[in-house]
Design a binder for this molecule. Structure first.
Ligand SMILES: [Zn+2]
Length: 87
């Protein structure tokens, strides 16, 4: 067996192993459910008001995983932050 053949065999094995791992990883990401929300103790109390710019509905957000959560969506649009309420 020539040296270059050995290199190519090793190369092929490395690629095979890589594809195998990424394949397993992708399968995992498909099968594992979404991570559970953190326990209530880790949630932050927030007081934010959002308004839907399409239909005008407003809602108040009182709990979020962090202090700057992504805006909720309504009418397929991201809702606008009206004003943070500091109490
Ligand atoms: Zn709306």
């Amino acid at each position: 067996m020539e040296f270059s053949t050995v290199i190519w065999v090793l190369f092929g094995l490395a690629i095979g192993a890589f594809l195998w791992k990424t394949g397993i990883g992708m399968l995992r990401s498909f099968t594992t459910p979404l991570p559970a929300p953190p326990p209530a103790g880790e949630m932050r109390r927030v007081n934010l008001r959002y308004r839907c710019s399409v239909c005008g509905v407003e809602l108040k957000l009182t709990m979020a995983p962090d202090e700057d959560p992504p805006p909720p969506k309504h009418c397929l649009e991201e809702m606008e932050l009206v004003a943070p309420i500091f109490e």
